[in-house]
Each structure stands twice: as C-alpha cells, then as structure tokens.
Design a protein around this ligand. Structure first.
Ligand code: ADP
Length: 366
C-alpha cells in the first residue's frame, strides 16, 4: 500500500524529446488511477520514471512522502505489467508465477504461499501445471498479472496490458482487473490510449497531451466539466463537437451566433449566461456533445444540415453532417433508431442548454 506523487516532474530524453513537462500527480493509497492520452503523450515515460527505468530531468517522485529519485529500481518494490508479457514457454504456470520470487530469493514455503494465493485470486489454480502454449490469450494475460501480484508490490504499474487481446476479451478482462484491484487494494497506475477503457476503469483519470497533464478528475467530472477543448474532444465516444461561434446580446439575453443562425441561451445552460455576458462580441469555440444534437424537428430553432456519413451501431446511429453554420467542421449526432442515410438534407436541433464554450486558446469558460 502506498501513496504516489509526481511533483513538477520533467523528462527530456537525450535526443531532446520533452516527453514529460512539469507533471504533477497525486495517487492516493489504494487508488486505481488511469493515465490516458494519444500515443507519444508521455504516459509510458511517467510509469518508467516511477519504476526507476528512467531518471527524471527535473522534479521529484515520492512514495509515501519519501523522494525516490535516486533509489534503485529493484528497491522500489514496484511491479509492472506490459502489453508484451513474455511468459517463459517451457515453464508451467506454477513455475512462471514462482520465477520472480526466485529472483527475490524467497524461501520455498513463502513462494508456495504466494503462488497459491495469486493463483486463487486469478482463478488459475486448475491451470498451474499447464504451459503457456496450452492457455488462451486471456489466461496468459492473467498469468502475467500473477507474476506481478506474487511480488506483493507497493505499487502496480500497467502499461496497455490489454492491447494484444481481441475486443471481447478486453472488455471481460477489463472488468476482472477492476475487481482484482479492489480486492487487493494495491495502488495502481494504469496506462491506456483508449478513453473508453480509461472511463470504465479509473476511479480518477489523468488526461495527458504532449507531455502535460490536462485534467485530473473522475470520469463523470471529465465528461461534464472538461477544462479545455482538448479534453472535451478526447472524452466521449465520439468526443464533443467543437466549432466556431460568436456571442451576441439581444433583449438582454445572450445569443450564440453560428454563421447566419442564432440560438438564444436559456438560464438553464451548463454555462451560466451571466458568465458568458462578458464574452459577447468575441469569437469563441462552441462545444456540443453528439448526444445533445437531434436530427429532425420543425421548430424555429432547427438548423439546416447535410448528412455525409452514417455509422450504424445496432441500437443507434452516429450521423455525420456538414452545415453552413459549423465553420467548415464536420459534426456528429448520436441518434437512437435507424432512420438516416447519406447525402440527405436534414434539419438539426441543438440542445442549447448543453452548449459549452471555450476561448480561442481552448480554455473552458464556466
Ligand atoms: P506514450 O506512452 O504516451 O505513447 P511515451 O512516454 O512512450 O508516450 O513517449 C513520449 C515521447 O518520448 C514520444 O515522443 C517518444 O517518441 C519519446 N520517447 C520515448 N522513449 C524515448 C527514448 N528512450 N528516447 C528518446 N525518445 C523517447
């Protein structure tokens, strides 16, 4: 059990790549923290620094309040599970699980106890005498997890541990990992590029971009109150629609002007119109989740659009459209039912209570 802290940590590799910049993060004792962001944003670097496989360029990494920058990796008592979990093919599951303990010079009785415990936890007991070649992909992944668990580490690091598995298995093992982590209560940092995985697994999720932490919050917090347009566009499946607009004032009410169209904001908007009043006359970025756009509707508030693509998901459709008022951006609406086809002119309704606003630098206005 341990509390982990990154304090203004930066990492610049020898070739000049700034992989991590002023990175601050506090992980509570027993917490399941997910780091998410697109490839190359510095997630693995953060884990490798914590594990001691790389050294920090600046800043401090602490475990339970103690700076560990200069502590050798093998003394940190941190276990890491990778995407490429090479098991020893000539060893049985039991021997694979026991192997890290041999390295730690554990006694025979202690080794046996730890292997049995991990096998029971991961439901591997009936498979202990099999070799990796006789296991399914999911079972092999569980053995890899087991090899980390037997070490009884203070902290678990998982770097895209599911990305080699097919989609269905990923979903089921995802649930297993979450349940297992709860049972063990070991502080865990989990890295993924997949925002759905991040949202379903993390108690809190740290979103990263270009080496910097963008936002740290609960999945719901990230969805409801993104701090900037990057987070708004990253979270959600698909992410938030973002397009240019201007704010105006008429009859003492705030209006959003998109091209030739205007929508009057109601007091129920997620961003209080009073907050927006000081931004009237300015060019902003408007955000609207695909679930806040409805196709069809005959009222005055309907805006013209043209469907350019449709993805059918069975119970719903993602309808991609262009519009004369979207500043050239393609937008997407999430629709229940299966009624839309490509190349049709439609009208769309925007739920004006769900409009988000970002300044030209992308910072959210609340
Ligand atoms: P992620 O895990 O988010 O995909 P990484 O932490 O692996 O990102 O990489 C962050 C950045 O650092 C990338 O631009 C990557 O190319 C670079 N990088 C990673 N490892 C090294 C290294 N050993 N030497 C130089 N550059 C590296």
């Amino acid at each position: 059990m341990a509390q982990v802290e990154f304090r203004r940590v930066s990492k610049t590799y020898e070739n000049g790549t700034r992989a991590l910049i002023d990175f601050d993060l506090q992980v509570q004792d027993g917490e399941f923290m997910v780091l998410v962001g697109s490839s190359g944003c510095g997630k693995s670097t953060a884990l490798r620094l914590l594990a001691g496989l790389e050294t920090v360029t600046a800043g401090d990494i602490l475990i339970d309040g103690e700076v560990i920058n200069d502590i050798a990796p093998q003394l940190r008592n941190i276990a890491m599970v990778f995407q490429n979990y090479a098991l020893y093919p000539h060893m049985t599951v039991r021997q694979n699980l026991a192997f890290p303990l041999k390295m730690l010079k554990c006694g025979r009785a202690d080794t046996e106890r730890r292997v049995q415990q991990a096998a029971a936890l991961l439901e591997l007991t009936p498979l202990l005498e099999r070799k990796p070649g006789q296991l399914s992909g999911g079972q092999r992944q569980r053995v890899a997890m087991g090899r980390a668990i037997v070490r009884e580490p203070r902290v678990f690091l998982m770097d895209e541990p599911l990305s080699n598995l097919d989609a269905r298995l990923r979903v089921s093992i995802r649930a297993d990992i979450a349940a297992l982590q709860k049972k063990m209560g070991t502080t865990t940092l989990y890295v993924t590029h997949d925002q759905v995985e991040a949202m379903t697994l993390g108690e809190r999720v740290a979103i990263m971009n270009a080496g910097r932490l963008q936002q740290l919050d609960t999945p719901q917090g990230l969805y409801e109150k993104p701090v900037n347009s990057f987070v708004a566009g990253f979270i959600g499946n698909p992410g938030m629609n973002l397009f240019p607009a201007r704010l105006a004032k008429a009859d003492n009410r705030v209006q959003v002007v998109f091209g030739e169209h205007t929508v009057t904001l109601s007091d129920a908007n997620v961003v209080a119109p009073a907050t927006l009043a000081s931004h009237t006359g300015r060019d902003l970025i408007v955000g609207l989740r695909p679930e806040a756009v409805t196709l069809g509707g005959g009222t005055d508030a309907a805006l013209p659009a043209r469907v350019i693509g449709v993805e059918t998901l069975g119970h719903e459709q993602l309808v991609y459209f262009t519009a004369p008022w979207s500043g050239g951006k393609t937008l997407v609406a999430r629709q229940s039912g299966l009624q839309y086809v490509e190349h049709h002119d439609v009208v769309v309704m925007l739920d004006s209570a769900q409009l988000y606003f970002f300044d030209p630098a992308g910072r959210a206005i609340y």
